[in-house]
Design a protein around this ligand. Structure first.
Ligand code: UTP
Length: 292
């Protein structure tokens, strides 16, 4: 089994960042000097993905423009000797074979993934949430691809989270796999569990690799939490039919879809960017003195 394709669902309404997200997609918000979704595409490319489908909606057309050529701007940059900038904007469009599709109704993440059925065809594929950035030595998607390819089945990214936060995520019941330390088999999954539904502190976070069997399940998946077609509910059903792995991945996750999550991401990346880290460190120290 070889994973060559990826789906990036970016069709959510982004209500945690209103009013900004009324017209500007949260996936296009700058993390220093690149939109969030570019980090996600870069992770996919570093994980060996060749074809990417980005799911959008009617207020996110700007994402298609971003991953297209811009000959007018490029020519202008080259004419004024700014070849590096011209190459930079061209590279964005050449990173991978990227296509777009609209999820016409925001019916939930499970429904968004179902929209990718034709794109995936009969192949396994990765899913990377467009507003989650994963930072670390080894791309998280690659960690999942390796587990999926080793065991010939679906594999999702999972982490232990604080128990008082588990209600924001999903909760897993799981068992060990052979002599693996970081890979487990999912037995049960509940989306946004209430206090009496918690199975463990182990939750799925933002990255997935699926066999095409997920589409059979999503096709008749009933709405779950919040009235949305939940991907977690489909994963729970898939896990009853075939092996689904939860990989306790290495790397840090940034949720850019909330105000504080977005600010944390920007600050963290800015602190490591050659363009602004020296300035930001100085600014933070000055501010800290003022505040203390
Ligand atoms: P979120 O739970 O972050 O929802 O979706 P949201 O609508 O984007 O944002 P809030 O909660 O209202 O602020 C998780 C992922 O699933 C995608 C989102 O784009 C995000 O990447 N999604 C969600 C879809 O593509 N379609 C949907 O119908 C729902």
């Amino acid at each position: 089994m070889k994973v060559r394709k990826a789906v990036i669902p970016a069709a959510g309404l982004g209500t945690r960042l209103l009013p900004e997200t009324k017209t500007v997609p949260k996936e296009m918000l700058p993390i220093v000097d690149k939109p969030a979704v570019q980090y996600v595409v870069e992770e996919a490319v570093k994980s060996g993905i060749e074809d990417i489908l980005i799911l959008t909606n009617r207020s996110k057309a700007v994402m298609e423009d971003y991953f297209d050529y811009h000959p007018e701007l490029e020519n202008k940059l080259r004419a004024s000797g700014r070849n590096e900038d011209a190459d930079l904007i061209r590279r964005v469009a050449d990173m991978a074979n990227i296509t777009f599709m609209r999820q016409k109704e925001t019916l939930g993440l499970g429904h968004a993934v179902l929209c990718a059925k034709e794109f995936a065809g009969n192949e396994p594929f990765a899913v990377l949430l467009g507003d989650d950035i994963m930072a670390g030595e080894k791309p998280v998607t690659l960690q999942l691809v390796e587990a999926a390819e080793k065991y010939g089945c679906s594999a999702v990214g999972a982490r232990h989270v604080a128990l008082d936060q588990i209600g924001k995520y999903c909760t897993l019941r799981y068992e060990p796999v052979e002599d693996e330390e970081k890979i487990f088999r999912i037995l049960e999954a509940i989306e946004k569990p209430g206090p009496d539904q918690i199975l463990s502190d182990f939750a799925i976070l933002g990255r997935y690799v699926f066999t095409p069997r997920i589409f059979e399940i999503l096709a008749d998946q009933k709405p779950g939490y919040g009235g949305e077609i939940q991907l977690t509910d489909a994963i729970a059903r898939l896990a009853k039919k075939e092996k689904v792995l939860a990989v306790d991945f290495e790397g840090r996750r940034f949720d850019t879809g909330s105000v504080t999550g977005y600010l944390e991401t920007v600050l963290e990346y800015a602190l490591h960017s050659p363009k602004c880290s020296a300035w930001l460190r100085e600014y933070i120290l000055k501010k800290a003195k003022e505040l203390s």
